[in-house]
Write a new protein. Structure first.
Length: 477
């Protein structure tokens, strides 16, 4: 198949840019918000190559273009495919299933058919774009069939796959009618990366049970002599970039303005999340509201700022969640607030990175309490911005970041009383206690940054893995 010669190719559901139409009618592109873009942009710029993804507008075909040092290759999606492949199978089937069935997944055959078709289109585009023996890095749950489809087209490629969200235990994954096809799709990669070791173990166990391949620890042995490594690579952030931003005069000044606009309370608590039912927004808001209602926290002393970035607003579950949060915040503020003093400041909006850094600097307590999360980069961003070694992090034990940020105040977000106790402990901790905890977390985040994550993954991907085992043929499941 013809190739344009990219030595390094990233394949993701979305391109790392959003389109802006300016007042004069011209089109400009700006970097998208979100963990995936934040994670991979510095890697792409240092490695060079091409990024393949959808550009965000249905029923439109664009030619490849360059923007801010990145070569971008748009893949078209129809409006029906957006509804079935993305909103349907990816976010109404896989997302809830992979997040411990926090919401019930829906299994619709037409969604699966669309998922297969779109994955094939991405694989074909990558096959055209990649140079001989190129490295291809496939990203996330929307594209789990791409590795095998791409290997069928281009067996010369080194293919890696990284799953940014949790991978479920066997008892949950087995609900998926297309479980074997997903597992076989991932086995097209030479390296399948996960956030946590438990997720990699879940995958290997399912491959052994449901596909029938021989496995040993983190290796899967395929009948054609190829080995597949399944391993944890906890993703991180551009830690030094966030610290430099936090130290800037503009961010320092803006952080002071934020505190002043809140009435300079004794404590500012902060949550920053996509508006998603996995993030535990209801539980944390209820916990803080009860602290005010019970008199454990005075409305004059503390303000909770919750930023909820709009997300998947065409999906019914997300519209229902937004209405629920609106009502909950309104009820709490109506019950315990005072004139000019609302205990919860709720912002349903997206903010640029500089404003996020100012919020991190303004906050005494960062509250990151998802019901389930692959990693959660917000927790690491907060730590990176606290160069003064102050501030407290209240963190869900069900976030992947909890495995690394052990000095946070860890909570079970389903336990409202336990969450209340942790919030109080974090608010009342002294500078010495905060300094001890934050210093240890900062050391880890600064050392284990995004460059180290990508370098480690790509180094292991580059190592050729073959085996001389004689595994039994895959059994039918």
């Amino acid at each position: 198949m013809a190739s344009t010669g990219a030595e390094f190719v990233v394949i993701a559901n979305r391109l790392p840019v959003d389109r802006d139409v300016l007042a004069d009618g011209t089109v400009a592109w700006r970097k998208s918000p979100g963990g995936l873009v934040t994670a991979l942009e510095p890697v792409m710029k240092s490695q060079g190559g091409a990024w393949i993804g959808w550009h965000g507008a249905p029923d439109e075909t664009l030619e490849p273009f360059d923007d801010d040092g990145l070569h971008l290759v748009p893949v078209p999606l129809s409006a029906q495919e957006v509804e079935e492949y993305y909103e349907g199978f990816s976010n109404a089937t896989l997302w809830p299933l992979y997040h411990d069935v926090v919401a019930p997944p829906a299994f619709r055959r037409e969604w699966w058919d669309s998922y297969v078709a779109v994955n094939r289109r991405f694989a074909e585009r990558a096959a055209e774009e990649a140079a001989p023996d190129a490295v291809v890095w496939v990203q996330d749950y929307q594209l789990q069939l791409v590795p095998t489809m791409l290997r069928d087209l281009r067996p010369d490629l080194r293919i890696g796959f990284f799953l940014h969200i949790p991978f479920p235990p066997t008892e949950l994954f087995q609900q998926l009618p297309w479980r074997r096809q997903i597992l076989e799709g991932l086995l097209g990669a030479d390296l399948v990366g996960f956030q946590l070791p438990g997720a990699a173990q879940n995958f290997v166990r399912l491959v052994r049970q449901r596909v029938g391949h021989k496995t040993h620890r983190d290796m899967v042995y395929l009948p054609d002599g190829r080995g597949v490594l399944a391993k944890a690579y906890p993703i991180s952030i551009d830690a030094q970039g966030f610290e430099d931003l936090a130290r800037s005069e503009r961010v320092t000044q803006r952080a002071a303005e934020i505190r002043a606009s809140l009435g300079n309370p004794r404590k500012v608590l902060l949550g920053i999340d996509r508006l998603d039912y996995t993030k535990g927004l209801r539980q944390r808001i209820r916990a803080f509201g009860e602290l005010i209602r019970d008199g454990s926290v005075d409305v004059d002393d503390a303000v909770f700022v919750q930023v909820a970035t709009p997300s998947r607003e065409r999906v019914d579950q997300y519209r229902i969640l937004r209405d629920d949060i609106d009502r909950l915040v309104g009820r709490i503020n109506g019950d315990v607030g005072k004139i000019g003093q609302q205990p919860i400041q709720y912002l349903h909006a997206s903010y640029p990175r500089e404003e996020m850094a100012a919020l991190y600097r303004a906050a005494d307590v960062m509250v990151v309490t998802p019901l389930r999360d692959g990693m959660n980069l917000v927790a690491k961003e907060y730590v990176a911005c606290r160069y003064d070694d102050q501030g407290s992090l209240v963190l869900s034990e069900f976030a992947g970041a909890a495995a690394e940020l052990k000095q946070a105040y860890l909570v079970n977000p389903y336990d409202i009383n336990g969450t209340k106790a942790a919030l109080l402990q974090a608010m009342e901790a002294g500078d010495r206690e905060n300094g001890k905890r934050m210093k240890a977390m900062r050391k880890h985040v600064m050392e284990h940054d995004i460059e180290r994550w990508a370098r480690t993954f790509l180094k292991e991907l580059s190592e050729v893995r073959s085996h001389d085992k004689n595994p039994r043929p895959a059994s039918v499941s």
